[in-house]
Design a protein around this ligand. Sequence first.
Ligand code: CMC
Length: 428
Amino acid sequence: MADNQAKLTVDGAGFDLPVMQGTTGPDVVDIRKLYGQTGMFTFDPGYKSTASCESALTYIDGEEGVLLHRGYPIGQLAEQSSFMEVSYLLLNGELPTADELDKFTYTISRHTMLHEQLARFYQGFRRDAHPMAIMCGVVGALSAFYHDSTDIADPEHRRISSHRLIAKMPTIAAMAYKYSIGQPFMQPKNSLSYTGNFLQMTFGVPAEEYEVLPAVERAMDKIFILHADHEQNASTSTVRLAGSSGANPFACMAAGIACLWGPAHGGANEAALEMLREIGTPDRIPHYIERAKDKNDPFRLMGFGHRVYKNYDPRATVMQKTVREVFEALNVQDPVFETALRLEELALSDDYFIEKKLFPNVDFYSGVILSAIGFPTTMFTVLFALARTVGWVAQWNEMISDPAQVIGRPRQLYTGPTERDYVPVAQR
Ligand code: CMC
């Protein structure tokens, strides 16, 4: 806590408000006592200027295009680390030693199977259900199957449920995919890496031995790292808000998945590739740029713009490079990549996008890679949810272990009718 204070004047009366300082980033005016002192609330829909919590996990400098997990730059983690290592880092605060990483990886791999009855749960969904709908349902249902890890006051329960969530999410995601294409579920194989196992469960079939291509495994692992956590975004805040009431972690994660599904958030990767395919060829780009700028047209450039980044999203930089690596490894080409590159070039030289500081975000190129690997667009947000689970879990743990944690309960500016008498229906 810094010594400096912010001063608020209301009707001539001055109120001192403490100013808090983080390790980096903007200072924060502490308004917790504002209502008691002044009888007033603050108004900030969308939390554009409001910090909802303290957190030591992830830091973003949106102006500079910086993203750090526990202090480590995302570019370094994506190029040099692994998803398991980043998961350990997010959960525990420090990079693991080789032994700690082995132990953590082993523990996660021992929780990958789903209760057999849960496998039957899938049969209740329509064959053409969106896999995100299945994810929401199945993850929420986990709390009905793993009662022995839902006491949130017990650190051991929290540890086990965290491991279960990280471990089971690839199995749940792969099963959602298999269900949608009518193929048998594949069981996890603990000899494979976290990401290799996910690929095996998704693309393998019982009739053949599935060979995990190292370049695809590495690209997928990078994509998971890039999505692992992202500070107090909408789905993470949803998980925290749900968790603040004491709800069990499986229910909280289902809430996070529901929030992530929206096209302004995780659903943008699906929407971005669909948009690029609709644009089709570079000559049609100017028309779509004009549409994105037209305030009477609801069309937006999907995969562009961000609440926090007013510079190039550092995750998009890695994504763009990974597209080339995957294309090379799989010996594929997709004209949609050329369209994406040209769209980026044209948008970044257009005054509208320059003035509003709209740059490609993580979702702009991710769909191109995922499609080259073989995922249908409906699986894109599922992959985001799979990778973000560790972030949600780490943030949820941070919140629950904080002794100052209270239930989240925003206030409002009421604009409805003032008190009036009920009129019986015959007299209306
Ligand atoms: N295309 C065209 N105009 C845009 C776009 C876009 N993609 N994004 C923002 N704008 C305009 C917007 O119309 C507004 O203009 P004005 O000031 O004239 O009203 C201005 O830029 C500011 O936009 P905003 O909607 O007030 O900003 P926000 O911080 O509330 O929204 C956003 C951020 C990500 C929802 C928005 O940029 C957007 O809808 N982008 C497309 C969807 C997308 O790619 N989402 C993925 C985000 S990254 C992954 C994740 O977090 O899940």
